[in-house]
Design a protein around this ligand. Structure first.
Ligand code: ITT
Length: 202
């Protein structure tokens, strides 16, 4: 069947398409359908994932899958969390449209360093996947990956904050790991495992 992938983030789209590959679905991106990006007015990953999935299902008349995700730093009381993408918005810094991930990673690092040399570098990525149908039915699945923040950023693979995230048990950042290795341990893979078990019985 057809499934709309309700994201405008190319990095996420690539990972979701890869994770869904074994299921023979006809995946269509929200961008290619010209679907608008609804304002993410929720205060939780679950709320924002549902906003995106429901808007895409309603607008397209097809089932839709959305991903709301972010990085939470323990010593920053879980920030940036649901505001992870917002912290990269250039307009807050330079008055231009678009996102600058290096600047966003630097902002997180600067806030952490301001807490002193012994501050905890513990952090985690969260991913909530929401699946919505045009009739209003919906389900959500939550995933998490724990790690530590490193500085300076390392690696060129992945997207977003991957160059500063070192998953527990590894020395490389997510951006230094092959996509297959990231998919074995990521927050997105964790949420996908739950979705697959529930929806495909896999
Ligand atoms: P859509 O809403 O269109 O899906 P977005 O980028 O705005 O795209 P979010 O609001 O969920 O998505 O923001 C999540 C941000 O968290 C994302 O832009 C990344 O910077 C970061 N992030 C999420 N998953 C990540 C991952 O696997 N690796 C690195 N950064 C990630």
């Amino acid at each position: 069947g057809k499934l709309v992938i309700a994201t405008h983030n190319a990095g996420k789209l690539k990972e979701i398409a890869k994770l869904l590959e074994p299921y023979g679905l006809d995946c269509i991106s929200a961008g290619s359908l010209g679907l608008p990006e609804p304002p993410e007015t929720g205060t939780t990953f679950v709320e924002n994932a549902l906003i995106k999935a429901r808007a895409a299902a309603e607008a397209s008349g097809l089932p839709a899958l959305a991903d709301d995700s972010g990085l939470s730093v323990a010593a920053l009381d879980g920030r940036p969390g649901v505001y992870t993408a917002d912290w990269a918005e250039r307009q807050f810094f330079e008055g231009e449209p678009g996102r600058d991930w290096y600047m966003a990673m630097g902002k997180v690092e600067g806030m952490l360093q301001a807490k002193g040399p012994d501050v905890s570098r513990e952090c985690w990525f969260s991913c909530v996947l929401a699946l919505a149908w045009p009739d209003g039915e919906h389900v959500v699945y939550e995933g998490r990956a724990d790690g530590t923040l490193t500085w300076p950023p390392r690696g060129t693979m992945g997207f977003g904050y991957d160059p500063v995230f070192v998953p527990v048990g590894r020395e490389q950042t997510f951006a230094e790991l092959d996509p297959e290795e990231k998919h074995a341990i990521s927050h997105r893979a964790d949420a996908f495992a739950k979705l697959k078990a529930d929806q495909f019985g896999a």
